[in-house]
Design a protein around this ligand. Structure first.
Ligand code: NAP
Length: 260
């Protein structure tokens, strides 16, 4: 599907393909790119493209300048996630090369290589490597955890009225800022890898506790010790990272809608 709110009469108009266009990040990338007047080719199963199927893309990348890969597998289990990411990277990379795409931007996570005892980070590092292997002009945006992350962690850790939460530091960032930066990179000239995080480090356990308070949930948050690497701040951004947007608390007060 092609979306645009401007005819392609401007030299600055780009044609962007968004893999994972219906997801949390992808939907915001599409909306922002279209608002800026760019053309967007939306790729996801619900838009008729299964990126794990090598034939599913067809000629959809014809005329595309930049591909933005913000896919995520349905399963976070190690083997399935690795298989998904490497297959999608291969199919997207080959089709991009054949169509003459200039650049591919892949969304990944800060601190991956220091946390290879964590299955999801093994799968995400495999994603980065496969993308670079199958498409030379690959740029990686590594993000800190999104503002939505504490809610996802709470959902996964909930057992009755207790929730187990990793006792780790994070520097959460608004998903809106990540989406906007992806578009900024896609239409700009910078080709080096980039990191993005929010304005300040936080303890994840404190964020989940505050979330339960804001929602009025009677849930006890139980801190779970993590690896030495994670406990020593390996999820925090490096010195060169872009720090953008508001704090988690400012976002959460608005997003979860009430104070107690
Ligand atoms: N959560 C965090 O805090 C965080 C932090 C840093 C980086 N990240 C990374 O950011 C990326 C995007 O995350 P998100 O939360 O936006 O993901 P999401 O909301 O789960 O969206 C995933 C997207 O992938 C698409 N998809 C899944 N299987 C597909 C297939 N076989 N073919 C084509 N499209 C497929 C989905 O659409 P359909 O279901 O319609 O196919 C959807 O559009 C992930 O790789 C994640 O690891 C997350």
């Amino acid at each position: 599907m092609l979306a645009s709110n401007r005819t392609a009469d401007s030299a600055r108009t780009k044609r962007l393909a968004v893999a994972g266009a219906t997801g949390l990040i992808g939907s915001q990338v599409v909306a922002h790119a279209v608002a800026l007047g760019h053309e967007v080719v939306s790729l996801s199963r619900s838009m008729g493209v299964d990126l794990t199927d090598r034939d599913s893309l067809g000629d959809r990348l014809e005329g595309v300048d930049v591909v933005i890969d913000v896919t995520r597998p349905s399963s976070m289990a190690l083997e399935e996630a690795i298989s998904f990411f490497t297959t999608v990277a291969k199919n997207l990379g080959r089709a991009s090369a054949a169509a003459g795409v200039a650049r591919m931007i892949v969304l990944s996570i800060i601190g991956l290589e220091k946390n290879q005892d964590f299955d999801w980070y093994v799968a995400t590092l495999a994603h980065e490597r496969a993308a670079r292997e199958h498409f030379a002009n690959t740029q990686v945006l590594r993000s800190a955890q999104f503002h939505e992350f504490p809610e996802q962690v709470l959902g996964r850790g909930l057992r009755g009225d207790k929730a187990e939460v990793m006792d780790v530091q994070t520097q959460p960032v608004a998903s809106r800022e990540v989406a906007r930066l992806l578009v900024e990179l896609a239409i700009g000239d910078q080709t080096e890898d980039v990191e993005i995080a929010g304005p300040q480090p936080e303890q994840l356990v404190n964020l989940v506790s505050e979330l339960t308070r804001l929602r009025g949930d009677e849930i006890e948050v139980v801190p779970v010790p993590v690896s030495v690497a994670m406990a020593s701040g390996s999820l925090l951004p490096g010195a060169e990272a872009l720090l953008r947007g508001e704090t988690w608390l400012a976002w959460a007060r608005r997003h979860y809608g009430r104070e107690h």
